[in-house]
Design a protein around this ligand. Sequence first.
Ligand SMILES: NC(=O)c1ccc[n+]([C@@H]2O[C@H](COP(=O)([O-])OP(=O)(O)OC[C@H]3O[C@@H](n4cnc5c(N)ncnc54)[C@H](OP(=O)(O)O)[C@@H]3O)[C@@H](O)[C@H]2O)c1
Length: 259
Amino acid sequence: MDEKTTGLINPLSLARRRILVTGASSGIGRATAELLARLGASVIVAGRDEERLARTRSSLVGDGHSQIAFDLSAIDEIPGIVARLAKEGGALSGIAHCAGVQAGRPMRIVDQNFMDDLFRVNVQSGLALARGFRQRGVPASGAAMVLVSSVSAFVGQASNVVYCATKGAVVSATKALAVEFMRDKIRVNCVCPALVETEMADRFRTTMSDEQWQGYVAQYPMGIGQPADIANSVAFLLSDAARWINGTTLVLDGGLLAG
Ligand SMILES: NC(=O)c1ccc[n+]([C@@H]2O[C@H](COP(=O)([O-])OP(=O)(O)OC[C@H]3O[C@@H](n4cnc5c(N)ncnc54)[C@H](OP(=O)(O)O)[C@@H]3O)[C@@H](O)[C@H]2O)c1
């Protein structure tokens, strides 16, 4: 069955697509890589830690997967890395940019380095990936990019101002990238998860007492999210099922912001 036929039968199919997933060594990125592979994609798993990446890679069904370790804070190197992936392995159908860092700090002790570190990994890396994706010969037809923001883009949180600002920037960047890349037929969307059970959430939990944590989790009418809840939407936005969705922000929060 060729790709056209598979797409007609199942618009969620990612058969014969090559997709780069950042943050694939953990949490949301790992779950995304695993789902994309199940939907037929050849996945390039990216992160910094070769061993953790190898673990993700070995969990992927199907073949044609690969891994690449690089630090997303080396912004100037990113476009070249993306272009090289396309040159050596074929055009990319998608990028799922799942990597990110969360660090809380009250404003009175925030300094330039702290802000730079968060903005580099949470905002500038996505812009640099987009720049790489836009190079001639890099995007395949039907290309799409999904950025991972957070509900922190919409809800103020004490001691989390810088992280909230980075995630707000991702929402704005998504819209502007979608408009700029429209003529090149590259769609750009983002997802905004609330609390999801990952290593990041585990680290966040250590900043609270058990009582505070119980109160925090109790705000969630449908419980906290699982990485697969986010992966499902990322996969959808990368697929042809979302071919008319562009510049959108999809909130994934188990109803948190609704009530
Ligand atoms: N979990 C939540 O509750 C939650 C809620 C809202 C939004 N989010 C967002 O969802 C995304 C994924 O979070 P997660 O919960 O899956 O976090 P996680 O389990 O901590 O995973 C973070 C991933 O980002 C990668 N990464 C971090 N800094 C990097 C750098 N400088 N260069 C390359 N890769 C780097 C890590 O790779 P290494 O193996 O190299 O460390 C890891 O694979 C983030 O953007 C986060 O802000 C998470």
